[in-house]
Design a protein around this ligand. Sequence first.
Ligand code: PBG
Ligand code: ZN
Ligand code: ZN
Length: 328
Amino acid sequence: MEISSVLQGGYQHALSRSWQAQRTLTKSMLMYPIFITDEPDARVEIPSLPGQCRWGVNKLQEFLEPLVKKGLRSVILFGVPLHCEKDERGTPADDPNGPVIASIRLLRKLFPELYIAADVCLCEYTSHGHCGLFRQDGAIDQAPSAQRIAEVALAYARAGAHCVAPSDMMDGRIKAIKRALIDGGYGNQCTLMSYSAKFASALYGPFRDAAGSAPAFGDRKCYQLPPTAKGLARRAIKRDVVEGADIIMVKPALPYLDVIQDAKQLAEDHPIACYQVSGEYAMVVAGARAGVYDLKVMAFETVESMVRAGCTLILTYFTPQFLDWLDE
Ligand SMILES: NCc1[nH]cc(CCC(=O)O)c1CC(=O)O
Ligand SMILES: [Zn+2]
Ligand SMILES: [Zn+2]
């Protein structure tokens, strides 16, 4: 046998296997998505997202304290308003008494070491359930959409968010948010993480269930990217770098590993993030329950593929489990 043909000598031991990873999954690479409702004492299980709940502000301490003790470093907050008056502009998104702003303030106080990101979008707050604003003729109103989203982002930064993460896919919003953060005095205090390459995916089903954010009419194909559109994804990533994004995100993750790799190459000086979305999580859990594979092994394999593709930050509902697994 050729000397150079034997590779197995390089990974015969657990330690030498660890040296073969170009990057290793660590707790600090995990960001945990959390749903917060406007029912302050709520703790309601989400049937399509097994193990995940909608939380009321009053329950956040008992929920997160054990996780922070185990090494949870960051969360991303999603508002789930059940009692507010939704309108065309998504007015409740930056309601100073709304669940997102209230929990940013609270979490900053409760857990001074925890990094707090806030998802920024309008769909949870608009009467039509879309992520932007519309003109009379039914087309998306680009500039006012970006402006409104920037307003919401600035409100979250003012409340103390370390990071704002717009998931709306409106053109021009990264530029508008960065401008608003700088002009508002938060340019050097708040990270702008862009959902740059967010695809119109079937994998958001459980999330829309959880957040009550399904569009009232139509779909999101005029703003979320077509799953086949590698070129659009590359252009969106390059555009967001120019417009001032600090972190580039790809979403969903597993079916788009090639896009993650593209992002790593196009934005080589930026951290690359990805979102293992609700449907991906539900798929892994369902497969394990059906006996197709072991849950932990599959969770690691999926998330480590994202690390291998170039991510150093992964938004995943498996975060609490990884905090245990990474200690084993
Ligand atoms: N802008 C809404 C939003 N923000 C994050 C997700 C999906 C997250 C997940 O599925 O876990 C969605 C759903 C959507 O675009 O319909
Ligand atoms: Zn949205
Ligand atoms: Zn969102």
